[in-house]
Design a protein around this ligand. Structure first.
Ligand code: HEC
Ligand code: HEC
Ligand code: HEC
Ligand code: HEC
Ligand code: HEC
Ligand code: HEC
Ligand code: HEC
Ligand code: HEC
Ligand code: HEC
Ligand code: HEC
Length: 263
């Protein structure tokens, strides 16, 4: 009696339970195996690139059996030992959400893909205007994690916090003015004088915003002629107020200006 032996499948049963049958090669064992052993298979990243799910970015460094194992990506336990078909290939099918639901609103709409790429978890892109707080000016260049710092949580390691942030500048920016502009209960509204364009500049307008108008000779003076550095408790800052507002307060009696000569 002649035994059929042209193909591996003539003698070996399909360990993959027909999962590979709809491949162009019909799932021929020879494509991926030889008689030296079934593991490892001859099927590398270049072969994977031709599947419905090319391996990209960080996934190129992941071992085959981290994805092709029962329980991953919705592949049921009790199915084939090496699952090749996944119900869906959204990030959330294989990855646990570490954000404790704080990004759930966006995950529900567009999945983890709303922010993440397979290259690295740290390479995040997200249209922040969706939060109602567009990132303007200098903020457009700031990394998410600089504002969304890791916060302690009751269980597990600290993760970036997305909720509970306030929009007030002074909650994130140190006040270099030593409280000179503080209003109610020691809080300073930086927005009065600054925008997100550049903190080194201010939109402060002396004529409009200060009780003391600069006119005539004074209008030509550099700010630093009146507002000079002052040290307090080892910290140097520019003193904006209080300053004298009478001529004598700054010029002394020797230069008491004559009526009509006033700037
Ligand atoms: C004529 C029948 C026949 C053909 C054709 C055949 N095999 Fe086998 N093979 C066997 C038998 C019988 C065994 C030993 C029993 C077993 O382990 O299943 C075996 C064992 C093996 C083993 C070692 C067992 C193991 O689990 O590691 C490998 C690997 C293997 N075959 C691969 C192949 C591959 C690849 C092909 C096609 C290129 C092939 N065989 C074609 C009959 C065959
Ligand atoms: C498209 C590629 C491909 C084809 C075609 C293919 N296999 Fe596999 N097979 C694999 C991969 C990948 C693994 C997992 C190997 C690993 O983890 O190194 C595997 C594993 C196996 C194993 C080991 C499973 C275990 O539980 O240890 C056996 C046995 C096997 N294949 C038999 C076959 C047989 C028989 C055929 C033909 C009917 C076949 N394979 C067709 C890719 C293939
Ligand atoms: C990051 C997860 C991941 C890794 C790592 C991975 N795969 Fe896959 N693989 C998939 C997904 C997803 C599919 C497509 C499933 C589908 O079509 O439903 C797939 C498909 C396959 C298929 C089916 C091919 C076909 O033509 O349909 C084989 C064979 C395979 N992978 C083998 C491997 C081998 C070998 C490795 C290691 C070199 C590997 N995979 C690494 C996720 C992965
Ligand atoms: C089919 C399952 C599967 C899918 C779908 C999947 N991944 Fe993965 N991915 C894995 C596995 C398994 C690992 C390795 C184990 C781990 O790091 O969690 C991995 C690793 C990674 C890594 C590297 C982690 C590290 O620490 O180096 C990143 C980044 C990543 N995946 C991002 C994504 C993103 C983004 C998506 C969606 C666009 C996605 N993955 C979809 C299974 C998958
Ligand atoms: C609204 C945007 C957003 C969404 C949606 C989102 N993430 Fe993230 N994720 C981030 C940001 C921001 C970081 C911090 C990046 C950094 O460290 O620079 C991060 C970090 C991570 C990290 C690394 C954690 C660490 O401790 O370093 C993992 C893993 C991760 N995300 C997985 C997911 C998964 C899985 C989903 C979907 C269930 C998801 N993310 C949805 C924004 C998002
Ligand atoms: C300059 C600081 C800053 C940067 C940079 C920043 N955020 Fe935000 N983010 C905020 C503030 C402030 C809020 C709260 C807005 C509010 O609720 O009024 C917020 C809210 C969010 C929320 C909304 C939570 C909710 O449910 O409403 C998500 C998600 C978020 N940010 C993700 C990101 C991601 C992803 C990045 C990086 C691409 C990022 N943020 C960069 C300051 C920042
Ligand atoms: C949720 C925290 C957060 C809030 C609220 C916030 N910022 Fe920022 N901002 C940052 C972080 C973090 C950076 C980057 C690190 C740095 O430069 O201090 C930054 C950078 C900037 C920059 C660019 C760097 C520079 O010094 O020029 C400007 C300008 C700025 N913020 C202005 C503002 C103004 C004005 C407000 C209020 C309208 C504000 N920020 C509110 C966190 C915040
Ligand atoms: C009453 C107006 C006013 C308010 C309120 C104000 N600033 Fe300023 N700030 C200025 C002026 C004026 C300068 C000097 C730059 C200039 O001449 O335009 C300045 C300069 C700065 C600089 C750059 C110089 C330095 O010393 O580092 C930073 C940073 C800054 N302010 C942060 C803040 C923050 C944070 C707040 C809120 C806590 C705030 N400012 C509130 C008027 C103001
Ligand atoms: C001729 C002197 C003089 C010059 C020059 C001058 N200031 Fe003033 N500035 C004053 C006086 C006086 C006050 C009021 C001080 C007080 O209220 O105690 C004041 C107040 C301020 C305040 C505080 C306003 C408030 O309402 O809290 C800021 C900010 C300020 N000046 C910024 C500037 C800037 C910026 C320049 C340069 C463009 C400048 N000043 C030039 C004299 C001057
Ligand atoms: C907050 C301090 C301050 C106050 C208040 C002030 N000055 Fe001045 N003034 C200066 C400084 C500083 C200069 C420039 C340095 C200098 O010439 O002494 C200046 C310059 C002048 C000049 C130009 C002098 C020149 O040589 O070009 C005149 C005129 C003048 N002040 C008149 C007055 C009069 C009049 C008053 C009261 C209505 C007054 N100043 C109030 C600080 C002040």
């Amino acid at each position: 009696m002649r035994i059929k032996h042209d193909r591996c499948a003539d003698c070996h049963t399909d360990a993959h339970a027909g999962q590979l049958a709809r491949r162009a090669d019909g799932g021929r064992c020879e494509t991926c195996h030889d008689v030296n052993g079934f593991r490892p298979a001859r099927f590398g990243p270049e072969d994977h690139a031709k599947t419905a799910y090319p391996l990209l970015g960080a996934h190129l460094a992941v071992a085959c059996d981290q994805c092709h194992r029962p329980g991953v990506g919705g592949a049921g336990r009790g199915g084939p030992a090496v699952p090749f078909r996944f119900a869906s290939t959204r990030c959330a099918d294989c990855h646990k959400d570490p954000h404790r639901g704080e990004a759930a609103r966006f995950v529900a709409n567009s999945g983890c893909e709303a922010c993440h790429r397979v290259d690295s978890w740290r390479q995040v892109s997200f249209d922040h205007a969706q939060t109602g707080y567009p990132l303007s000016g200098g903020h457009a260049r700031v990394a998410c994690a600089s504002c969304h710092r890791r916060g302690d949580s009751a269980n597990g390691p600290p993760v970036q916090r997305f909720v509970g942030l306030t929009r007030a500048c002074e909650t994130c920016h140190r006040d270099p003015h030593q409280g000179q502009f503080a209003r109610a209960a020691g809080s300073t509204s930086c927005e009065r004088c600054h925008t997100t364009a550049d903190l080194k500049a201010s939109k402060f307008d002396h004529a409009r915003d200060a009780a003391y108008k600069l006119d005539k000779a004074h209008a030509r003076l550099a700010c630093s002629t009146c507002h000079q550095p002052k040290a307090r408790n080892g910290v140097t800052f520019i003193r904006y107020k209080p300053l004298p507002t009478t001529c004598r307060g700054c010029h002394g009696s020797s230069r008491q200006p004559v009526e009509g000569e006033h700037p």
